[in-house]
Design a binder for this molecule. Structure first.
Ligand SMILES: Cc1cc2nc3c(=O)[nH]c(=O)nc-3n(C[C@H](O)[C@H](O)[C@H](O)COP(=O)(O)OP(=O)(O)OC[C@H]3O[C@@H](n4cnc5c(N)ncnc54)[C@H](O)[C@@H]3O)c2cc1C
Length: 367
């Protein structure tokens, strides 16, 4: 019987990134759609900084961004690093930008009412697929069981599982709530398209209400905005809405839509990615009954060999790489995951919903 060290469920950028960091191990990546076909296949894959008041979140996003440029460059994946101009969306944003200026840690220049960062670019998913090769199986995971000390995933055995399933919570882990956020990425050809501000051109890319870049003879435009819209599908009406957003920055005339891709990105309730060893909810609640009253748990019990990497938000192509490295170091060196550890969500969840859960007595271990 073949037993893998790790089966990674989900072949988006999160699953693919962790497969890269575990490449010395005996691993298998499984996805029902293919590699980089879920949200990752719909993404514009822009890489750009976050501005805001100084916070752990902004620091994390921008450290991940710098890490991702180095990662892609090491693998000779082009990053089209021409720089990005972040523009305020409206009057309120103009005021916010003024406050943010003193908190910006990456090199920038003030330009045309926004901030220009040289650390801006985008990647092509086909190139990532080409450069990161992992043993792969196209299959939907419909059953996960524990048999003795091994996981049985459909008919495949593994010592460990890494869940990288994006917005789909396939193991129904009660404390990890991941929201879907729908968005679209389109490519258009236009006979006439020019940046509205005559001082600017397509040597750089733009981020306002959407991200816009010129790629060859096409314009790539992408944005994710619709929360919890599970019935959303790619359609021309939404594509046209996206073009209207792009028109705030660019004059677009006589265009032809070349492609429309839609997808659900995943967001945690506090926007940080979710990493680490999955908590055994039943056992942890049993030994820490007061956690539902707000007490900090004295001891947390984990499900052996079950890990997660999820909640990449709107910046999966920069966040996932550093998250994957951190998860690998957590698994093998027990390095602290800090604020990214999924246990933060357990503590919040137990306070809010723990009592109801105990009464219903649903159990993840019965999955
Ligand atoms: C329109 C759009 C534009 C975006 N633009 C950008 C951008 O410019 N820059 C950026 O960095 N990010 C962007 N994002 C966000 C980015 O796409 C996500 O953060 C990232 O793709 C999430 O990766 P993931 O691996 O977590 O999830 P996914 O890519 O969704 O991968 C999860 C995978 O799990 C698989 N799966 C689920 N259940 C099962 C099962 N039971 N069995 C087998 N397989 C299963 C799915 O098929 C899927 O392929 C955008 C997203 C969208 C939708």
């Amino acid at each position: 019987m073949k037993v893998f060290d790790f089966v990674i469920i989900g072949g988006g950028i999160a699953g693919l990134a962790i497969s890269y960091f575990l490449k010395e191990k005996n691993i298998l990546l499984i996805d029902k759609k293919g590699i980089l076909e879920g949200a990752s296949g719909a993404a514009g894959a822009f890489l750009f900084p976050k501005i805001g008041l100084k916070s752990r979140y902004t620091d994390f996003i921008n450290s991940s961004l710098i890490f991702s440029f180095k990662f892609y460059e090491k693998l000779r994946i082009s990053t089209h690093k021409k720089g990005v101009l972040l523009l305020p969306r409206d009057e309120r944003d103009i005021e916010k930008f003024k406050n943010y200026e003193k908190h910006i840690t990456l090199p920038f220049k003030k330009r045309e009412g926004g901030f220009f960062f040289k650390d801006g670019g985008f990647v092509e998913v086909d190139e990532i697929k080409e450069k990161i090769k992992s043993p792969f199986l196209k299959e939907e995971v419909v059953e996960i069981k524990k048999e003795n000390d091994l996981w049985k995933i459909n008919d495949i055995y593994s010592k460990n599982i890494i869940l990288a399933t994006g917005y789909e919570n396939i193991m129904k882990i009660p404390y990890i709530k991941i929201r879907p956020v729908w968005g679209e990425r389109i490519e258009i050809k236009s006979e006439k398209c020019k940046v509205k501000n005559e001082k600017l051109n397509f040597d750089i890319f733009y981020h306002k209400n959407c991200s816009i870049a010129k790629v060859g003879d096409k314009l790539r435009i992408g944005a994710t905005h619709k929360r919890n819209c599970l019935e959303c599908r790619e359609n021309e009406k939404e594509a046209k809405e996206l073009i209207e957003k792009a028109r705030e920055v660019i004059n677009i005339e006589n265009y032809e839509i070349v492609s429309i891709k839609g997808g659900q990105r995943s967001a945690s309730i506090d926007y940080f990615p979710v990493l680490g060893n999955v908590i055994d909810v039943d056992k942890t609640l049993k030994i820490n009954p007061k956690v539902i009253k707000g007490e900090f748990p004295k001891e947390i019990k984990y499900i052996k060999g079950l890990y997660i990497i999820n909640g990449m938000g709107g910046r999966g192509f920069s966040n996932a790489l550093m998250c994957a490295k951190m998860l690998k170091e957590f698994i093998f060196e027990r390095k602290d995951l800090g604020v990214l550890d999924s246990k933060r969500l357990f503590i919040k969840w137990a306070r809010k919903e723990g009592e109801r859960y105990i009464n219903k007595h649903m159990s993840i271990t019965n999955y």
